[in-house]
Write a protein that binds this ligand. Structure first.
Ligand SMILES: [Zn+2]
Length: 551
């Protein structure tokens, strides 16, 4: 996962009666799958490496053994187990030069220090910007369903836009964007997408610790290294030539030089009446070389066709990729095994396939897809959702698994972020039949909903969620769950130490598997179409295809 959901709040401490397991979930088999997928032999499962070949081969073999049919790309002899996912890797080449003229002075800034610019993903081999005007556009939000438009028709062609991170009501805690909770308009990915739609030459996000939810070191690491994207027909529609971040101190300095007060304008940006402000006397110059490389990675796809409505499908997903081989840790270990993140999710996905095949067939098709390049920015799922093998309009829901519970039984389940979505109500109802409560994401302002693969589906309107065990442990309660989650983040998350452990207690994964199975089965054996509720930012996209869904 991109960001571990640290711990779920014990919103409801009263748990119902615990029901006996009704499904033959096999922990020994899941344990073995995690062990193999996270072994050193798989070299951390980086996309387009020999580790990928081993990982996708293993998963396809297990799908086949479970009795699934191949559901991937069409070939001469039917469908393959794989969907090809062409990716582009972009790196800056040579020095990245940034200079800003402000108040008659020229400031030379260092890449990674004052600014962190991403290698351009537009296909250009060189980006040269000379003395471009700089415009502050508040939160950079265009949300018709909330009657909100920060752009007010400003022309951003040839200009650099400066934008605040998070959404307009993060600081006040109340307003049209869910209060503290983050909507998609708060994510930096949204800001860049909107900038491209507005035709901006560049979009620079102002880094502030609290609304970003992470420090500058994270910004630096994830933006100045190689970046990946799916290969797009028209990349300039998805990216401005210049995308990056700027430190808060430097921003304040620019505002000052233009005779503006950053804090005062930020306050204005928290209102509907905000209008973009050009920073007088401030211009931006950049020179950056870019090297691009094309690679092909793969999603692994297996299906169990529905007996009554095979053209309607429930999609389970779990990303197979991890970080590969990288910088050594204190012990000299360089292999990022990704056992919890996300061999555990893949093991659950395979186990679900086995359980479905053992049970009577469902009315709708059930699809099992292990996606690639989650760690590079949800790209395998993004590729599927923008190049779907089967229509999204008649895709009932996506249920995603990312980093599962290897710590033992809990009294609750949770989701990554909260969404106004009837699928979440279904989860609450299904969990209840297993004696489990639902704990909402305790830090919705961090925007977890937008950080795992289900989100790629949500963006296209498909009802989607990532689901996992809560933190209220049967042994030790919330305190133990919290401590274990914090220890994982500190010692193992995205580190070589995220390794298989024979002493894990997989009884929590059994609970998860049961809930995930029942939730998917409920959808696959009914006429239910889960829906976004009023105000959800993805409702409009779904509503467009309503006619394709038979009641
Ligand atoms: Zn991860």
């Amino acid at each position: 996962m991109n960001k571990f959901v640290l711990f779920a709040a014990a919103a409801a401490l009263v748990s119902g009666p615990t029901f006996a397991a009704t499904l033959p979930v096999d922990t020994a088999v899941m344990s073995q799958d995690i062990k193999v997928l996270s072994s050193d032999d798989f070299q951390g499962r980086a996309p387009a490496t020999p580790g990928e070949q081993k990982a996708i081969g293993y998963i396809a073999e297990k799908f086949k053994a479970a009795g699934l049919q191949p559901g991937g790309d069409l070939t001469k002899s039917g469908r393959s187990w794989y969907q090809n996912v062409p990716l582009a890797e972009f790196e800056t080449e040579g020095p990245v030069k940034v200079s800003v003229k402000a108040g008659g002075r020229t400031l030379a800034w260092k890449q990674g220090e004052e600014v962190a610019l991403r290698a351009a993903q537009t296909g250009q081999s060189r980006v040269t910007v000379k003395d471009a005007p700089v415009v502050f556009i508040g939160y950079g939000v265009k949300a018709p369903e909330r009657n909100w438009d920060d752009f007010k028709g400003v022309d951003l062609h040839g200009k650099i836009a400066l934008v605040l991170v998070n959404d307009p009501d993060f600081e006040t805690g109340q307003g049209d964007f869910g209060g503290k909770a983050m909507t998609y308009y708060g994510r930096w990915t949204y800001k860049y997408e909107e900038a491209a739609r507005q035709g901006a030459l560049g979009m620079i996000v102002i880094h502030e610790r609290a609304p970003a939810a992470y420090g500058w070191a994270t910004v630096k690491n994830s933006n100045t290294n190689a970046v990946f994207d799916i290969i797009r027909k028209d990349p300039a529609k998805a990216h401005s030539p210049l995308e990056g971040w700027i430190q808060r101190d430097q921003t304040v300095q620019l505002f000052k030089a233009a005779g503006l007060d950053f804090e005062a304008l930020k306050k204005e940006a928290q209102t509907r009446d905000f209008k973009p402000v050009t920073l007088k006397g401030v211009t931006w110059s950049t020179d950056m070389g870019v090297r691009a490389r094309k690679v092909v990675s793969h999603n692994v796809v297996g299906i169990l066709p529905g007996k009554a409505h095979p053209d309607e499908r429930v999609i389970y997903t779990a990303h197979w990729d991890h970080l590969g081989v990288g910088l050594p840790d204190a012990k000299g270990d360089r292999i990022y095994n990704g056992a919890v993140d996300n061999a555990s999710g893949v093991a659950e996905l395979i186990e679900l396939a086995r359980l479905y095949k053992k049970a009577p067939p469902t009315d709708r098709t059930v699809m099992f897809m292990s996606v690639t390049a989650e760690e590079k920015g949800l790209l395998g799922s993004e590729y599927y959702a923008t190049n779907p093998l089967y229509p999204l309009a008649t895709t009932v829901a996506n249920i995603n698994m990312d980093s599962m519970n290897v710590r033992g039984r809990t009294r609750d389940v949770t989701s990554s972020g909260s969404a106004p979505l009837t699928l979440q109500d279904d989860l609450v109802a299904v969990a209840q039949t297993h004696g489990l409560t639902f704990s909402p994401d305790p830090t919705p302002e961090a925007g977890h909903f937008y950080r795992s693969d289900h989100f790629s589906f949500a963006k296209q309107g498909v009802p989607a969620m990532s689901i996992g065990a809560g933190a209220d442990m049967e042994k030790g309660g919330v305190e133990a769950g919290r401590a274990a989650a914090e220890a994982y983040v500190k010692d193992k998350y995205h580190q070589p130490a995220d390794e298989y452990d024979p002493n894990w207690d997989l009884s929590g994964m059994v609970q998860e598997t049961e809930v995930l199975y029942d939730l998917g089965r409920r959808l696959a054996t009914s006429r239910e179409w889960p829906e976004w509720k009023a105000g959800a930012e993805f409702k409009a996209a779904r509503d467009q295809t309503a006619a394709a869904r038979r009641p």
